[in-house]
Design a protein. Sequence first.
Length: 158
Amino acid sequence: MTAAITGLFHVAIKTADLAATRRFYCDVLGLAEAARPDFGYPGAWFAVPVPGGAAILHIYAGGPALGPDGVAEVGSAAIDHVSLTAVGYADFVARFREAGLDWREFLVPGTTLYQLFVYDPNGVQLEITFDGRAETGVAPDMSEGRRYVAGQSFFRPR
């Protein structure tokens, strides 16, 4: 058998606030919580639908999420962002607005890809990508202050 990467299995995110993280991924993004084994520390799994099954976002809290100083780190460090695909661009903008979240928008040059960038409660940046040909309503707002600029963080801890 030839070795090959066949997909993304999961992404793990540390949190100091499991309840806020659970609300963000369920209520704002609309993901379903998946069954999670009892690892002996708190956490949650969220199913991310993909062709052929589901990737899983693993959220863990408590001891394993804490650094040497006893605090969960904030931000995504060397990982710039996690990208998810979606439909319903305008609905996600409305959800972000309703949740009081800041976000950025982008139209990938030379393509029909619309993107929204938002941070989860732990400072992990998410890119949500849409096929603009399937979307109704307005295209991404590319104005100053709303347009996504790579490398420029807009995360503000609450």
